[in-house]
Unconditional design. Sequence first.
Length: 436
Amino acid sequence: MVSPHIEKMREAFVTHVDDDRLMDCMRCGFCLPACPTYIHSGFDETQSPRGRIALMKAVRDGVVEWDGSVEEAFDLCLGCRACEPACPAGVQYGTLIEETREAILSVNKRALKEKLVRKGAFDHLFADQRKMKKAVNLVTFYQKSGLQKVARKIGFLELFPPFMKDMERVLPSPPKRKRTVVEKSAVKVKVAFFTGCLMDTLFQETNRNTIDILQKLGCEIIVPKMQQCCGALHGHSGEMDKAKRNAQANLEAFEINQIDFIVNNAGGCGSFLSEYDRLFADDPLLFDKATHFATKQIDISSLFVKLGITEYLENIPPTETLELITYQDSCHLRNVNGVKDEPRTILKAIKDSLFVELPGADLCCGSAGIYNILQPEMATRILESKMKEVKRIQASTIITTNPGCLLQMKVGVEREGLSTTTRAMHLVDFIHEKMF
């Protein structure tokens, strides 16, 4: 006899997971070499997109009964969506894994600790930018007050899991400089800046640098005050209603008819913003507004190229030192938004830098939102393989375009003992360094 829990899970899959989307998968296997968890699990079929889709279908149809091994297969998915551009049938895997996690969340009882973490994160920190800023102010106080030095000296951090200790080491330093005085160019375009939750708190310096460069290249910039976290972390974690709540707040915050573009400098945010229309596909009142909002989205590297940054960089006299640089793709920027050439085009235009392609740059670094915290073993395997390639090409600067990726690469640099020879930077910060 099937247990009530298993039957509830099957019903949840019927309710939340679209059968037509499941049937799009032809089981051809083109997704397999694109999937980091398939590769790093020793080519375990259940850790591949094809295998996970088969499990979704089997649970939905009652062919496979729900148990811990099935749940683990879905938990270990990075959600990097590298399978999508590799798929000849256009399977919407990102939507399927989000629907699956929403189904699981609707049935599974969560432990008290997880409930508290989810409530704190999704109902407070990532629901109200003011609370996020207050939390980051505490981090800044920890860094500036001397508590950080004391905590490290007395070994307090040894009480935390290894990855948490690594993340503490690579936290961005509080901003020190005053705003750069920028000689503004004639206005070419008018943009609204999506500042992001982490980018506007932990990475304030990068946001300031973004504005400096945009003004230099001829942008009039509007920064809407009531914008919130994009909702990506909510959506990827199965909290779709809360993702929609944030999305609706952003739709209301941006006056999209008055601008040419909505620009962002975080690949993960950009991909989710560009799919707001998908969130409201069943809501006629919001769908048109979300669609219009999505069409205005542009990544910072794409906008830089449109504004002619390569010509500007090519005219900057080179220094005497030649810096070997490489680039790690933001998964969603590449796989969802299709932006892969623009960052490389920009980096190749800098005369005192030698760009070298990072082997496997198109594969996830293991950050994937909060994946490196929830699945540290697999995240570590992926990061270690990434750092082997960094060491092999002997890059002195690793550049990326997403806050999670940036922190992950910084962790890799620290773990490998490369902090004296190698640095990790956001693309915007690297360009700002060259321009100002």
